[in-house]
Structures are given as structure tokens and as C-alpha cells.
Design a protein around this ligand. Sequence first.
Ligand SMILES: Nc1nc2c(ncn2[C@@H]2O[C@H](COP(=O)(O)OP(=O)(O)O)[C@@H](O)[C@H]2O)c(=O)[nH]1
Ligand SMILES: Nc1ncnc2c1ncn2[C@@H]1O[C@H](COP(=O)(O)OP(=O)(O)O)[C@@H](O)[C@H]1O
Length: 185
Amino acid sequence: MKKGRLIVMTGPSGVGKGTLVRSLIKDHPELHLSVSVTTRSPREGEINGQDYYFVDRLCFQNMIERGELLEWAEFTGNCYGTPLIAVKEKIEAGISVLLEIELEGARQIRSTFPSALRIFIMPPSIDELERRLRGRGQDSEDAIRRRLMRARAEMDAASEFDFEVINDDLDFALRRLESVLYSPV
Ligand SMILES: Nc1nc2c(ncn2[C@@H]2O[C@H](COP(=O)(O)OP(=O)(O)O)[C@@H](O)[C@H]2O)c(=O)[nH]1
Ligand SMILES: Nc1ncnc2c1ncn2[C@@H]1O[C@H](COP(=O)(O)OP(=O)(O)O)[C@@H](O)[C@H]1O
């Protein structure tokens, strides 16, 4: 059986990765979205097992030591990682898997899973990124500041990726993502 593909989407916090991925999954139920593990506290409305698996630091550390994470990284004071087993099972079953992860994790995937398709989502500008982070209304001032500081370094790494998609107009960005994912190579 043909294996599924691993698709990695990275980009600064607030660029719209979650929004794009949710739309993509709705239109393409054949794709599987990996649910990450995090030590971050749940935001209002986030559901354990659906948005993330919310765990404490000790549990996260145990998962690292048992080799249960495909990749992991620390981001603005919290740990985030991709459970290996679900990704492996889906890919073996011919189902393509989407990871929505930050830069360090995407870099790990490049060395551990070189066949992965890696896409960088770019904001139209830093000012617009800040507007989106504030407009989302989910993070403290400190969390927004840390995300913006990290954003500049992440954007500098865009050229490491196979494709760059600018999320200016949402529908346009979605169409471009679909063309990257579904055009014959
Ligand atoms: N390396 C890695 N990064 C992740 C994972 N899950 C989420 N992230 C990234 O961690 C960052 C922070 O995520 P989150 O706290 O949900 O904030 P948001 O992206 O601003 O909504 C984002 O860049 C996510 O893409 C993961 O499993 N591994
Ligand atoms: N193309 C877009 N134009 C305007 N606002 C957008 C666009 N894409 C996403 N947003 C908004 O920006 C905010 C951050 O989006 P989100 O998907 O949470 O980003 P990320 O997952 O990258 O942190 C949300 O309020 C979302 O509705």
C-alpha cells in the first residue's frame, strides 16, 4: 500500500496556521491533523484531546525519555511535541498527516523525516501579525510580546522550507496551499 505523506506547516504564532489548517481539514477529510502534547494551560474553549493533550512537565519529560515524541520543542516557556505513534500508524495506513508546529520542531523533522513536505506560512507584515495576535484576544500582553520576539527569527528561516505561503487574503492562501499539496510533482 502507498504510504501517506507527512506535511509540516510552520510560521509565526498568530499568522493563521490554525485557521488555515482547520479549513483545510474541513475541505479535505482525507488528511489527518496530528494532535500535539503541550505543557501550556488550556485557553478558554480548548478541549483536551482535540486541540492538544494538556499534560504537566513530568508527563512531558517521561514521553521524551520513552521516545514517544516524533519531535518536540520549547516555545515561549512551554513544551510542545508530536506523539509519534499516531503519525506512524496513519502514514503506514496510507493517510497523509498534517503537523502544525514551530520552527525548531520543523527542523528536527527535516533530519528525522527528510521526505516530509515542509511549508512556511508568512504574514503580510509584522504589524499585521501583531494585529492578529491582539485581535485573537487569547494571550496575555507578555505572551504576545514573547510571540512577536520569536516571530522575527522564525520568519528569517522561511527559506529553509520547500514552499512559502503568504497568508494575506485567507481564501487565496487556502487555494495556494491546496495547489502545493495536490498539484502533481
Ligand atoms: N515543535 C512543536 N511545536 C508545536 C507543536 N504543537 C504546536 N506547536 C507550536 O507551538 C507554538 C505555540 O502554540 P500555541 O501555544 O497553541 O499558540 P498559537 O500558535 O499562537 O495559537 C505554535 O507555533 C505551534 O505551531 C508540536 O507538537 N511541536
Ligand atoms: N488571512 C487572514 N486575514 C485576517 N485575519 C486572519 C487571517 N488568518 C487568520 N486570521 C486571524 O488571525 C488570528 C490568529 O490566527 P490563528 O489561526 O490562531 O494563528 P496561529 O495558529 O498561527 O497562531 C485569528 O484571530 C484569526 O481569525
